[in-house]
Design a binder for this molecule. Structure first.
Ligand SMILES: Nc1ncnc2c1ncn2[C@@H]1O[C@H](COP(=O)(O)OP(=O)(O)OP(=O)(O)O)[C@@H](O)[C@H]1O
Ligand SMILES: [Mg+2]
Length: 463
């Protein structure tokens, strides 16, 4: 979301018009190319065209309407703006129905033209960014698509999922609320041999104790008062697949014993039946608390904990994920902009700084909501992030987020953002940040930043 569309092609047979439009636009730093006939501009258009096409309607040879049709055949989302004489307005209106972006009636104020081009350019930029993101996601593997992020902690998490996913090991996920525990559980399931079978989630914190047992084990008709009909429990539903015990710390103690027995014996009985049903499931558990503390204070059985925690995966909180904050924010902004048909105003440095030093107690879920509100907000873009973060219901003090941590996080972000802007060109970063090379190298090493993550494909920038 960092650069605007800067190219404008102007097509008009009238020289004075071409010259004045080019002058106005150049003053606003647009890169303008003028053409005196429509067919001359066509070879310059492509699906990658990062600009706006401005054209007169009546011209000798190919007219503006035919030009629009040909341009839209190259890419149906190229923004075409017509400049029309008064008598041609009905034609321009009908062209808009066929896909033109807008029209401006002659004579017009330069500000009107500039504003229309700015909006058209913004829309085009969004379209191109969305396409680039989609094609990047299409090229990435399943895991990279589902669990987004380039930061070192996320790369490490990908590796752990790759290592543990295909096994039947019981995995225990520990992570703060909204950090992605369910996403990780589903990824583990999908890359396991059980991926085609059921993934069944049960939220142990949300089920009343009296219903828990029948929820897990199922029951036969008449097993207890009110048990009408037969019910298949979660264990059976997950048979062959994966059972996800979410908020496992909240499981009532008497249930903990029963679950432990199932895990040992690998069979269940429905309530009201004494027929044993063999169970072949993989268990993934999750908590946002401290499981060891729960064992120490006796609220969670240690023997069950050891069975569930053959392997533990810690999911990093968002505030420890550096530039992923901006990457995910931009991703969710693009999604929201597309959904609500809104612009995505670029993030300025102040907004970036605020996001990088925010504590994100609600992690990715909070960030996703923030991005949506950023897109829907009517405040000036520079004020939006501050406003959203101030009003975030989850916002807490920064007591867990020391000054040193905030400063380090901010430093990492500035370096990563500069590398991103300069596509991994370290010389440009040195110049921008006014740093000696050795200092930059040292800081990149300290923060675990790798230049190769910022290189554009096929680009070979000098070191
Ligand atoms: N790395 C990620 N990439 C993309 N989306 C993510 C990522 N991590 C989390 N999300 C998204 O953030 C939201 C919260 O994730 P999820 O529900 O997995 O969190 P959780 O840890 O289970 O939270 P809770 O403790 O509140 O249950 C979801 O919308 C999820 O799709
Ligand atoms: Mg969850």
């Amino acid at each position: 979301m960092s650069t605007r569309v800067e190219k404008v092609f102007v097509v008009d047979d009238e020289e004075s018009m071409r010259v004045s439009i080019a002058q106005w636009l150049s003053l606003s730093d647009y890169e303008v190319e003028s053409f005196d006939q429509a067919d001359a501009v066509l070879p310059h258009l492509s699906v990658d065209f990062d600009g706006v096409l401005v054209t007169d309607i009546r011209m000798p040879g190919m007219d503006g309407i035919e030009l629009m049709e040909k341009a839209l055949a190259i890419d149906y989302q190229i923004p075409v703006v017509f400049i029309t004489a008064h008598g041609d307005i009905p034609m321009a209106v009908s062209a808009m129905r066929s896909g033109a972006y807008d029209f401006i009636e002659k004579p017009f104020e330069p500000e009107i033209l500039l504003e229309t081009i700015r909006r058209a350019g913004e829309k085009r930029r969004l379209i191109l960014e969305n396409r680039a993101l989609k094609s990047k996601l299409d090229q990435s593997t399943g895991l990279e698509k589902k669990l987004l992020g380039n930061s070192e902690p996320i790369q490490f998490l990908h590796q752990e999922i790759q290592d543990l996913g295909p096994t039947d090991a019981s995995v225990f996920l520990v992570g703060e609320t909204g950090s992605g525990k369910e996403v990780v559980a589903r990824c583990l399931h999908e890359i396991s041999g059980r991926g085609k079978e059921n993934f069944v989630a049960i939220n142990c914190g949300a089920i009343p104790e009296t219903l828990f047992e029948s929820e897990l084990f199922g029951h036969e008709p008449g097993a207890f008062t009110g048990a009408q009909g037969r019910r298949i429990g979660k264990f059976e539903k997950a048979n062959g697949g994966t059972l996800f015990l979410d908020e496992v710390n909240a499981m009532p103690p008497n249930l903990q014993v029963k679950v432990l027995r199932v895990l040992q014996e690998r069979e269940i009985e429905r309530l009201g039946s004494n027929k044993a049903i063999p169970i072949d499931i993989r268990i993934i558990s999750a908590t946002n608390g401290d499981p060891r503390q729960a064992c120490a204070d006796g609220s969670f059985r240690q023997d069950l904990y050891y069975r569930l925690n053959v392997a533990e995966i810690k999911i990093p909180p968002l505030r420890q994920r550096g530039s992923d904050i901006i990457l995910l924010f931009e991703y969710y902004c693009l999604q929201a902009a597309e959904r609500y048909e809104r612009d995505t105003p670029p993030l300025d440095n102040d907004n970036i700084r605020l996001m990088m030093t925010h504590n994100w107690p609600g992690n990715v879920r909070e960030l996703k909501n923030a991005a949506e509100r950023y897109i829907l907000s009517s405040l000036p873009p520079q004020q939006r992030v501050r406003h959203i973060l101030q009003h975030s219901s989850l916002e807490k003090q920064s007591e867990f987020f020391s000054l040193a941590d905030q400063a380090a996080n901010f430093e990492r972000c500035v370096i990563e953002y500069s590398l991103k802007r300069h596509r991994g060109n370290v010389s440009a970063v040195l110049e921008e940040l006014e740093l000696p090379r050795r200092t930059l190298n040292q800081k990149m090493k300290n923060h675990g930043i790798s230049r190769k993550n910022f290189l554009q494909e096929n680009e070979n920038n000098d070191l």
